[in-house]
Write a protein that binds this ligand. Structure first.
Ligand code: PMP
Length: 346
């Protein structure tokens, strides 16, 4: 099976002939960690002769306090993609179906194949989740539904009424995973916080990450908030010591510096508005985005567009035949991207 499986394609940096390089292909934070977080990592580096705390007690308690959830409801992993993998492992038996929208996060089909479950991909309606079609796709064999909110790569978010109505239609035996990797960038107040939805719904759980808004992509730490049976099952399937010591201390320090980090998120959100408006002024159609990226549906022109951006040193994430996802970077990177996008339209 591995022979025929496509590999995950990470975003790559590109360099312009004049040496400029802007990586807008992996939805990373353009900012390095805060000084207090760097200090915590440096301090933690002295202790890496020891294995990390296998239960990541301090981090678990910090997350539990931050979101007012019991620590038993938290399962940590080396990035939320690892936690997602553990979710697939816990439901994974031959014959089991997992429903998710397509296009969505490109790891979902890989994780489904790896765990031996059958992917049921429900096409997006335009750039949005088609929740009616997703509810209709649930069968007796469905064990899990993934809802990426906001959706990667289209950036669109599902509002409260639509999401609650969908959750009401999902049988309780089916686990609903709300993948909220980009939660901190949401500004539409009608988009619900998944943690408020999970509280009185035993079959709903939420995936979050320190990779995006918290700027710790290189350290790999993400988590699940779920009711106890699910959280316990996921903790059982996680590889011992998966979350390393530096990741644990950096995540704790980041939660302690949350106000400063969220101020950086605000800068990205402001740039997102600027980039989207400038693209629209150039004549592009850009779906509203609640994440730290924009989506351009380019069809057959997608790879040409990515190549044109690369010449300007701007790495975007092309999905051949469909479109390109472009992360919001710092103002200089965004200007370089806007210049490339403007030139491509002319
Ligand atoms: N979910 C979504 C929707 C994502 O876009 C990503 C990263 N691209 C992840 C999960 C995984 O992030 P990480 O493993 O770094 O936490």
């Amino acid at each position: 099976m591995l022979d025929t499986m496509p590999a995950y394609k990470p975003g790559k940096a590109v360099v312009a002939p004049d040496g400029r390089s802007y990586k807008l292909s992996s939805n990373e934070s353009p900012y390095g960690p805060l000084p207090s977080v760097v200090e915590a990592i440096a301090e933690g580096a002295r202790e890496v002769n020891r294995y990390p705390d296998p239960g990541a007690v301090r981090l678990t308690e910090a997350i539990a306090a931050r979101y007012a959830v019991p620590p038993e409801h938290i399962a940590l992993g080396a990035g939320s993609v690892t936690v997602a993998q553990q979710l697939f492992e816990t439901v994974g038996e031959p014959g089991v179906e997992v429903v998710y929208a397509w296009r969505s996060f490109e790891a979902y089909p890989l994780l489904a194949d790896l765990s031996g479950v059958t992917s049921v991909q429900v096409p997006l309606a335009g750039e949005d989740h088609d929740l009616d079609a997703m509810a209709a796709a649930i069968t007796d064999r469905t064990r899990m539904v993934l809802v990426c909110n906001p959706n990667n790569p289209t950036g669109t978010a599902i509002r409260r009424g639509a999401l609650e109505a969908f959750l009401d239609r999902v049988p309780e035996r089916v686990l609903v995973v709300l993948d909220e990797a980009y939660r901190e960038y949401i500004r539409d107040e009608d988009v619900p916080d998944g943690i408020t939805l999970y509280r009185d719904r035993p079959n709903v759980c939420v995936l979050r990450t320190f990779s995006k808004a918290y700027g710790l992509a290189g350290l790999r730490v993400g988590y699940l908030i779920a009711h106890e049976p699910v959280a316990t099952a996921v903790r059982k399937t996680i590889i011992p010591f998966a979350v390393n010591h530096l990741a644990q201390v950096a995540a704790v320090a980041s939660l302690a510096a949350e106000d400063e980090l969220l101020e950086r998120v605000e800068r990205v959100v402001k740039e997102r508005t600027r980039v989207r408006e400038a693209l629209i002024a150039q004549g592009w159609t850009v779906p509203p985005t609640e994440a730290n990226f924009v989506w351009l549906r380019l069809g057959e022109r997608t790879l040409d567009f990515a190549a044109a951006c690369a010449v300007e040193g701007v790495a975007v994430r092309p999905f051949a035949g469909e479109g390109a996802r472009v992360s919001i970077g710092d103002p200089e990177a965004n200007d370089a991207f806007l210049a490339a996008a403007g030139a491509f339209r002319e």
